[in-house]
Ligand binder design. Structure first.
Ligand SMILES: [Zn+2]
Length: 586
């Protein structure tokens, strides 16, 4: 049913978890590292709502009830345009009812199809697809299923993995993402056994993102000591939940910043459009109110029967809302699993991951920081998930630092000679679940790694090799780095011309262009507010780099470098400023 696919596309756009970069331009193959394959099959676990769901599989009534196909969106919206526009006009005049009815009407069939019962089980006979191991390899998906079942927007990343691992050995794990992670992790345990049996391998590698990262963490908590996993990479995992879901479902208003939202969309789609002007034109308050109304009025009564929705809440929020929305008798099964996930797994996840690590699983976490949570709360995040909830780090209130006199916590890493505080002074990784195996990428949006050559290479090497033991072992991959997506424009670092050592301050700064679509005019470079003497007109060619002389202020703890630049021949674009922080070490 086209209509349902369209509505699911709309819902998915709203439920943005795990939606990642498109295939607008394929990453250049020669930039993608290939390694010697160690023989481990790779299991790819996608983000929330990624897997296709099929009702009555194998029966005459078989039907796809969930799948993301954004291409149908416009076809659906056009015939309904009149009703949509008129309900929006009434909403703007203060009458939300027609909009609620319109949204309820177009989403009713889809919502019914994927409904869950008060005990957390599916209303209909539904399975994820492709589900069994025989049909879950990328080779099978591409050859026999014509690509159906490929993780949403992930072709390029799979191609990158396939430079090392044969497509027959790259598997996609699809599970019923509506359920509790307690159920999903048991499903994953079975799937891993099937892959090992099918391939004859001893261990698998796992790559997971977002909700899939939470699933991997849950699996490692309950099954990690079986040591059937060699490398597990968790990219922006929702390990401790995300405040965003509670914000969408709760009574408080939300405040999505439209400029930021559009930028997030452009990074996702890998297009270098500067849409800040459009963000300022959009009626943010109106759109925020609309999203909130749709969630509260139409989706909330159904969402509370999804085990996964509860899994997205941190322990405290879960405890509070459970008693508001769930009935101890009617919803006892949902509560039992959600209690287990929160009070057993989530509450002790650090210990659980370290137990798996001790049993031989190499666990690596990619976390992002430096972006305000999408819904407007002053929470350090990757726009979708709280930085703290991905990895256990101690993060300051968004927009503030941990403080001038802050002392590293050393609650998990006990080695006070390690410096686990970010150059921004906003994140302390010493309290992480895995302080030595968590990498932070500044200003990187949720799971948007594929068009960022830095994180793409880091993830591939962590996943496919044992080259990088921890954050101390490879100077190319320090614990804290910057996002290097083309839309980030410029990258800067100090380079010791003698040693090339990362982060060593010197009187020369390297500024690199991250785009191959534009040359950049560097308009000014400021360090701690002081404009640097860059007297000539600085131009960086596409993907090129320059060095500029700079004066390091004496006695500073931290440098705030502001690079103001414009894109040449880009009539839509105004100047940008990228702000980068450096720590001054003695
Ligand atoms: Zn440490």
């Amino acid at each position: 049913m086209k209509m349902k696919r369209v509505i699911s596309a709309i819902l998915c756009a709203v439920m943005i978890f795990g939606c990642t970069a498109s295939t607008a331009t394929a990453a250049k193959k020669d930039n993608i590292p290939a390694f010697e394959w160690d023989g481990n099959p790779v299991i790819f676990i996608q983000g929330y709502s990624g897997p296709i769901l099929i009702r009555d599989r194998g029966l005459e009534t078989e039907e796809e009830v969930w799948g993301i196909n954004a291409g149908d969106l416009i076809k659906k919206l056009i015939p309904n345009l009149y009703g949509i526009v008129s309900s929006l006009a009434k909403y703007a005049d203060g009458d939300p009812q027609p909009f609620i009815e319109q949204f309820r009407e177009i989403s009713a069939e889809l919502i019914d199809d994927i409904s869950m019962m008060p005990d957390g089980s599916s209303k209909y006979n539904i399975v994820s697809f492709p589900c069994v191991v025989e049909e879950a390899s990328i080779a099978y998906i591409r050859e026999e299923l014509k690509g159906k079942g490929t993780p949403f927007f992930q072709d390029d990343f799979i191609d990158a993995m396939a430079q090392t691992v044969p497509e027959e050995y790259i598997y996609v794990f699809n599970t019923d993402w509506r359920r509790s992670q307690i159920d999903n992790s048991a499903h994953l345990a079975e799937f891993i056994d099937s892959v090992l049996e099918e391939t004859g391998a001893d261990k698998v590698d796992i790559f997971s993102m977002s909700h899939g990262g939470q699933l991997t963490a849950t699996y490692l908590y309950y099954y990690g000591t079986q040591a059937k996993v060699d490398n597990a990479v968790l990219n922006s995992p929702a390990t401790g939940g995300t405040t965003l879901v509670t914000e969408l479902l709760g009574a408080e208003p939300i405040n999505f910043n439209m400029e930021e939202l559009l930028r997030f969309a452009c990074v996702m789609l890998n297009i270098e459009l500067d849409l800040r002007w459009l963000g300022r034109l959009l009626p943010g308050e109106f759109l925020n109110s609309l999203v909130k109304t749709a969630f509260n009025e139409v989706l909330l009564p159904h969402a509370i029967y999804f085990g996964s929705v509860w899994d997205f809440m941190d322990i405290e929020t879960y405890t509070r809302l459970r008693d508001v929305y769930l009935d101890p008798v009617e919803n006892a099964d949902i509560i039992e699993k959600a209690d287990k996930l929160h009070y057993d797994c989530m509450a002790n996840i650090g210990e659980g991951l370290r137990r798996a690590q001790a049993a031989g699983v190499n666990i690596h976490i990619i976390s992002n920081y430096g972006t305000q949570l999408g819904t407007g709360k002053k929470i350090d995040s990757d726009f979708i998930i709280n930085t703290t909830h991905t990895c256990g780090a101690n993060a300051s209130v968004y927009g503030e630092t941990l403080g001038k006199d802050y002392v590293q916590k050393n609650t998990v890493c006990k080695d006070s000679s390690h410096d686990h505080v970010a150059p921004t002074g906003t994140v302390d990784a010493s309290s992480c679940y895995l302080p030595e195996n968590t990498w932070f990428v500044y200003e990187q949006y949720h799971t948007q790694t594929w068009y960022d050559p830095y994180t793409r290479c880091l993830i591939l090497e962590l996943l496919l090799t044992d080259n990088i033991a921890d954050v101390h072992s490879d100077s190319r991959y320090p614990q804290f780095e910057l996002s290097q997506n083309p839309l980030d424009g410029v990258y800067a670092r100090f380079t010791d011309s003698k040693t090339g050592e990362y982060g060593a301050l010197s009187d020369e700064m390297l500024i690199k262009s991250l785009t191959d679509n534009y040359s950049l005019n560097i308009l000014s470079v400021k360090i701690n507010g002081v404009e640097q003497d860059t007297d000539e007109k600085l131009v960086i060619r596409r993907n090129g780099e320059i060095t500029v002389p700079c004066k390091i202020p004496e006695g500073a703890d931290r440098l705030k470098v502001e690079i103001r630049y414009e894109r040449k021949n880009d009539i839509l674009s105004n100047p940008f400023v990228r702000t980068i922080y450096f720590e001054c070490k003695d």
